[in-house]
Design a protein around this ligand. Structure first.
Ligand code: ZN
Length: 201
């Protein structure tokens, strides 16, 4: 980890950068040098943006989305449907669904999925608030948009059980052939799931 002839300030910068997803020590060193080389156009604006974000951005107390307001812009939007809540693992997943523009209801960010391996238990996730929201009179559907991983599916089953007494319909995203995908290139699991969730043309 230690770079030859780098002082403690540079070491600290590199150590912190290396904690970012996708950046190992080598890319962190490159990023640090890039920042130092572009001090006024990149490094100071980035430092300001980081400080600003750390001060102002908070988790929405209703859905768990990140925004400068609580409730967040999605929860506060008057033109979205209150009847459906889409459950996602992370804020990144919420953003991905918003980019796709396919859903006009509300969201709920779980903050992860249940995992025996990583020691994530139901009480570690934002589940109690979800059950509370699902029990509200105008909510009729909970869409589980969790990742198609073993943990994602375990969590989906757990949530379906938890939500049953709320009297809502619980749905999940279809698994199958990606748009523009060719059958020959799909893995067996995806192909089998696509076959199971076939629909009339
Ligand atoms: Zn919100």
């Amino acid at each position: 980890m230690r770079s030859a002839s780098a002082g403690p300030e540079i070491e600290r910068l590199i150590t912190l950068l290396a904690k970012l997803p996708g950046l190992g020590p080598r890319s962190a060193r490159r990023a640090a040098l890039q920042l130092l080389g572009k001090r006024d156009v990149l490094m100071r604006p980035l430092a300001d943006a980081l400080a600003d974000a750390a001060d102002k951005i908070q988790a929405c107390s209703t859905c768990g989305n990140l925004d400068v307001t609580d409730p967040c812009a999605v929860c506060a939007a008057p033109n979205r449907q209150d009847g459906a809540i889409c459950v996602v693992e992370t804020v990144g997943d919420l953003w991905a669904l918003e980019r796709a523009g396919a859903f006009k209801g509300r969201y709920h960010v779980l903050g992860g999925v249940l995992s025996a391996l990583d020691g994530v238990r139901p009480e570690d996730l934002n589940i109690a608030r979800l059950v509370e929201r699902a029990s509200e009179a105008d909510v009729t559907e909970i869409v589980l948009a969790l990742n198609a991983t073993v943990d994602g599916q375990t969590t989906a089953h757990y949530l379906a059980d938890k939500l049953e007494p709320c009297g809502v319909s619980v749905t999940s995203l279809a698994r199958g052939v990606p748009v523009g995908g060719e059958l020959d290139y799909l893995d067996d699991g995806t192909l089998a799931a696509a076959f199971r969730s076939r629909s009339s043309v």
